[in-house]
Design a protein around this ligand. Structure first.
Ligand code: DQA
Length: 145
């Protein structure tokens, strides 16, 4: 069975308690639960990683291939807009990556309109709340089938 790694970036551990008007009431645990259910229905394995540290995220992505993952679903959160290191590692691993955002980053502050990650991923889904993750999981499963 193919395995997908889901990576949640900084502050996403605060979901449900953080700017509910933008990010909704669901906790990260709720999102992971919904993703596990969807993965089961799609017939793929799934694992989760959340970090508030850029270097830990880079390391996790480097290790993913050796650990048998076929693809990565990532919400890079604030690092979307700042991290050359995340962009470079995604570009380096040669594995399909889909970028997701809960909010529509293009409808928010101008600094959120630029994703350094978008040019090196298979595609980006933003603005659908929890459903961004579900749609992302469907998209990435299609890519690795
Ligand atoms: C986010 C959007 C980012 O701009 C922000 O820094 C986040 C969450 C989203 O899922 O909407 O932390 O990635």
């Amino acid at each position: 069975m193919k395995k997908i790694l889901v990576i949640h970036g900084p502050n996403l551990n605060l979901l449900g308690k953080r700017e509910e008007d933008i990010y909704g009431k669901m906790s990260l645990g709720d999102i992971n639960k919904a993703l596990s259910k969807k993965a089961k229905a799609l017939g793929v394995g799934i694992d989760f990683f959340q970090s508030n540290h850029e270097g830990d995220m880079v390391q996790r992505i480097q290790d993913a291939k050796d650990q048998g993952f076929s693809a990565i679903l990532i919400n890079p959160a604030a690092y979307t807009h700042t991290s050359v290191a995340l962009r470079d590692v995604i570009s380096a691993i040669g594995m399909p990556v889909v970028e997701v955002h809960i909010s529509n980053i293009y409808a928010r502050e101008e600094f959120r309109h630029t994703s350094l990650i978008a040019p090196v991923v298979a595609g980006q889904i933003a603005g659908f709340g929890l459903n961004s993750y579900i749609l992302g999981l469907e998209a990435i499963t299609e890519l690795i089938k």
